[in-house]
Design a protein around this ligand. Structure first.
Ligand code: BTN
Length: 261
């Protein structure tokens, strides 16, 4: 299905800047999840296949959560990538930097990152990033990266408005969804190229400056031994969150932390 004009204009203006992140675009009015649609289309394209949906009927988030995806209220897209193994550890942090930079470029809104890859304004979630490996350990190994970004308050159920927000809620005005999509993809593509060129220090520096809570914030997380508490002490070069506890520095490589204050 061809892209609606709202998205086609901005995307075609920025097209030259999107490779290798995006080399082909498929738009659908509705699908269960763009994560799955990309996978079913992998026979047609490898790296750079972007699937954008106006609505998802079974959008999913990290840790098995539902990602509400009503029509017209958000951006819901997934892209298929085949980065080298050594780049995979920093992939979601890299995409997070791109999403924050893209939002700022399109709207001027300064969102922040919360480890590992929540995009927040204050304490409210504006966007989320999901990475799923496919055919892991085989020559066909790839990563599907999904981004959900709330454009208007209709993107999420009213009962979670204390923890969610949208671009239009924050800015108090309508935003151009096509421009947000295009600028977000331009910025993700910029940082993805940096990752492929092994400019890891630049990626990490950009991530750290977009994630002030990664230092000096009291956090809790769950372990098989029970809840833990500590104070964030930065991310290391592998993208792990360092947390100072009464036992010393803990290194969190996956999962999520809750801000306690
Ligand atoms: C999170 O839990 O923070 C990640 C949310 C990711 C949502 C996006 S929307 C596009 C893509 N399709 C999905 O089903 N999920 C991701």
């Amino acid at each position: 299905m061809s892209l609606p004009d709202e998205l086609a204009g901005p995307l075609s203006r920025e097209w030259a800047q999107l490779a290798p992140l995006v080399t082909r675009v498929h738009w659908v009015a509705t699908t269960e999840s763009t994560m799955d649609l990309v996978q079913t289309m992998t026979g047609q394209a490898r790296e750079g296949l972007l699937v954008v949906a106006d609505e998802q009927t079974a959008g999913r988030g990290r840790r098995g959560r539902v990602w509400a995806s009503p029509p017209g209220a958000g951006l819901y897209f997934s892209v298929l990538l085949t980065p080298p193994m050594k780049a995979i550890a920093l992939l979601t942090l890299t995409v997070g930097v791109g999403v924050v930079n893209g939002i700022a470029a399109a709207t001027g809104l300064p969102a922040q990152l919360k480890w590992p890859n929540d995009v927040l304004v204050g304490r409210r979630k504006l966007a989320g990033i999901l990475a799923e490996g496919i055919a892991v350990g085989t020559p066909e190994q790839a990563v599907v990266l999904g981004v959900g970004l709330n454009i208007s308050a209709g993107a999420y159920p009213p009962e979670i408005a204390v923890r969610a927000t949208s671009l239009e809620t924050e800015l108090g005005r309508a935003v151009d969804r096509g421009e947000v999509l295009a600028q977000t993809l331009v910025a993700i593509a910029h940082w993805y190229r940096a990752l492929l060129e092994a400019r890891y220090d630049e990626v990490l520096e950009a991530w750290r400056s977009a994630a002030p809570s990664a230092v000096g914030t009291t956090v809790e997380w769950t372990t098989p031994q029970g809840p833990q508490i500590g104070v964030t002490a930065g991310v290391d070069d592998a993208g792990a969150l360092l947390v100072r506890t009464s036992q010393g520095i803990e290194r969190l490589i996956a999962g999520e932390v809750t801000w306690t204050l």
